[in-house]
Write a protein that binds this ligand. Structure first.
Ligand SMILES: Nc1nc2c(ncn2[C@@H]2O[C@H](COP(=O)(O)OP(=O)(O)OP(=O)(O)O)[C@@H](O)[C@H]2O)c(=O)[nH]1
Length: 617
């Protein structure tokens, strides 16, 4: 079979661009691996599990964070074709990246686990793909599993897509069964790319990654014209121009080529050092005789969830800054700015696309940069309108305009989809109601499985919603959420005071009805964690000047020398030295000395979850 590795400008009618969309763990990476093997792109002995997931952390968590793409040769009816498989991230936090990757395709393989059926992200991704008018090939995976029920789930899929259950392909990505036939069908069913080869060049960036040696590697799909090396290109959203150092294809390692034509997918290297100069969704054109109109839909990545990150050891602050700067080279959506906290010292206020993005970032900081971190409870972005008409954007409880008359607070809202066995409907509804949810609709996917749609404040989801959902449904529910505008809500800022002094790291913006609960919980937790002082310490929770909860740490006289009867002066000195050492790690709030560990412990139990363990949604 001819390999197309070095050929350029493949005629569009021989190209098929497609992606695999699936709920997490339904086998997307395994199927991609099988395709690499079957098309001969990766030799058997070089094959390693999940070839396309490059980052270690991806492989460990088993999730795909960054899209990768690969060119596969495939022959159907004696005709050589070029398939571009575009790997999409599956998680809600990266919906924008998913939608860009879909834009680079004409078809999508909708992969569903034959033992589980459709899940929340199957639907979310399917709707995105239909929105882009992609041809959908429905496929059931894992048919080798004893628990597989392909007939039931073929009917479910056919029902959602509106096709015949007989059209749903059945494969096992693990054994390879049915994968050849799937590749054949991809060539037969997916339409070839359309585009004008003589028009000014336009290519869409659907991914860009930072490589330590080569700078930013930008993945593009050419829509019109062609992109050739050694010309200057322009990024249409910013107008910035760059020298093209290399153009190439991935098969499965990068290979330089003489250019990319209509419908082709490949990469560019320009020597820029920061992915924010080469952003997903942007259009690339030539500097001279370039296109005038960009391809549609570029959007700035917008952080939705904020959290303070502090080094446990204050002297690590410069390392934390450096690490964040390095991560930002590869993550256009990550934002950070310095902040200080009475309780935690110097740190950074960081913005993330969502909770998983936060967890991954913290994981990488700890693992790749060896930092020990404490993160404050995450919060969303609020828009506060004062009675004088002025508006404030609040990404940090400490920015809350206290002391002013507030007329309205707007909070971000999400549209949430939950799919679960029907027996859990009651439990799910109860949970959503307790989180200020509004039922939008409910549908049965099959006799015993339902889809529930809710409007929920994003702030309620980013706390412990997913964990509560899982425990109430014994792990059977799946969840997906998307932005759905904002709503006016009755929100207040609750401060926690030690001896009348607010402890900034514990302030939170919560719904009025939840304020007492939050105040009581934090006050009693701190009472247990803070050691007794030589005087009485009141712990209070307050909304503005109004105290809503109070606990007291009773006074205790701590005399370190009490144990030291006898007159051994050197022993006395040693004990006093030790006390001084201990004091260094104390933070002083007002007159109260609190060991940093107490703050850390109080915060970590209010975090969304233990670190590292719950990436999957
Ligand atoms: N028995 C069986 N197991 C499979 C099959 N395909 C995938 N798996 C297993 O299912 C699990 C998830 O597969 P992945 O390929 O990592 O799933 P994914 O959809 O890529 O997951 P993300 O990258 O996290 O979105 C792995 O343990 C695979 O070994 C199959 O056909 N049969």
């Amino acid at each position: 079979m001819t390999t197309f590795a070095d050929t350029t400008f493949t005629p569009p009618e021989l190209i098929r661009n497609f992606c695999i969309i699936a709920h997490i763990d339904h086998g997307k990476s395994t199927l991609a691996d099988r395709m690499l093997q079957l098309t001969g792109v990766v030799e058997e002995r070089a094959m390693r599990a999940q070839y396309l997931d490059r980052m270690d952390i991806e492989r460990e968590r088993g999730i795909t964070i960054k899209a990768q793409n690969v060119r596969l040769p495939w022959q159907v009816d004696g005709q050589d074709h070029v398939l571009h498989l575009i790997d999409t991230p599956g998680h809600v936090d990266f919906t924008y990246e998913v939608s860009r990757a879909l834009e680079a395709c004409e078809g999508a393989i909708l992969l569903v686990d034959a033992a589980q059926g459709i899940e929340a992200q199957t639907l979310a991704n399917l709707y995105l793909a239909l929105d882009k008018d992609l041809h959908i090939i429905p496929v059931l995976n894992k048919i080798d599993l004893p628990a597989a029920d392909p007939d039931k789930y073929a009917a479910e899929l056919a029902n959602i897509i509106g096709c015949d259950p007989g059209d749903v392909l059945r494969v096992s990505a693990k054994t390879g069964q049915g994968v050849k036939e799937l590749l054949d069908e991809a060539v037969r069913q997916i339409p070839p790319p359309q585009g004008d080869p003589d028009a000014p060049a336009r290519a869409m960036i659907f991914d860009s990654v930072y490589d330590t040696y080569r700078g930013v590697v930008t993945y593009i799909r050419v829509v019109d014209g062609k992109i050739t090396p050694r010309e200057r290109i322009r990024m249409m959203s910013t107008g910035a121009t760059h020298e093209l150092l290399e153009v190439g294809i991935i098969s499965p390692e990068p290979k330089p080529c003489a250019g990319l034509g209509v419908g082709e997918v490949g990469y560019l290297i320009t020597g820029v050092k920061d992915v924010r100069q080469s952003r997903v969704g942007d259009t690339v054109t030539r500097e001279r005789h370039g296109a005038k109109v960009p391809l549609t839909g570029y959007r700035e990545p917008k952080p939705m969830v904020f959290s303070g990150l502090y080094p446990l050891d204050g002297s690590d602050y410069p390392e934390l800054r450096e690490a964040l700067e390095k991560l930002q080279l590869n993550d256009a959506a990550l934002t950070f700015e310095p902040e200080t906290s009475v309780a935690l010292g110097f740190g950074f206020r960081c913005g993330f696309l969502g909770l998983l993005h936060l967890e991954i970032t913290r994981d990488r900081l700890e693992r790749e940069f060896g930092l020990d971190l404490i993160s404050t409870a995450p919060n969303v972005v609020y828009r506060v309108v004062l009675e004088d008409g002025s508006e404030h954007v609040v990404t940090n409880p400490s920015d809350w305009p206290g002391g002013f008359k507030i007329s309205e607070v707007h909070e971000p809202l999400s549209k949430v989809t939950v799919i679960a066995p029907a027996e859990f409907i009651g439990a799910i509804m109860e949970l959503c109601q307790s989180k200020r949810g509004q039922l939008l609709g409910m549908d049965y996917l099959s006799e015993d499985r339902v889809e529930l749609r809710y409007h929920l404040p994003l702030a309620e989801i980013i706390f412990d919603f997913f964990d509560s959902l899982k425990s109430r449904t014994r792990g059977y529910a799946s969840l997906d959420y998307e932005e759905a505008g904002t709503q006016v809500a009755d929100l207040v800022k609750v401060d926690i005071l030690l001896q009348g002094e607010p402890v900034d790291a514990f302030s939170a913006i919560v719904h009025k009805d939840a304020a007492y609960g939050y105040g009581n919980k934090m006050a009693s937790r701190l009472r247990e964690l803070i050691p007794r002082q030589q005087f009485e310490v009141p712990i209070q929770a307050a909304i503005g000047a109004r105290i809503i909860a109070r606990e007291t740490i009773r006074a205790m006289r701590k005399d370190v020398l009490a144990k030291c009867y006898g007159g051994d002066i050197s022993r006395k000195r040693k004990l006093l030295e030790k006390q001084k050492e201990g004091k260094k790690r104390m933070k002083t709030v007002g007159r109260v000395e609190v060991p940093q560990e107490a703050f850390v412990a109080a915060l970590s139990t209010s975090e969304p979850g233990d670190k590292g363990g719950k990436g999957k949604k």
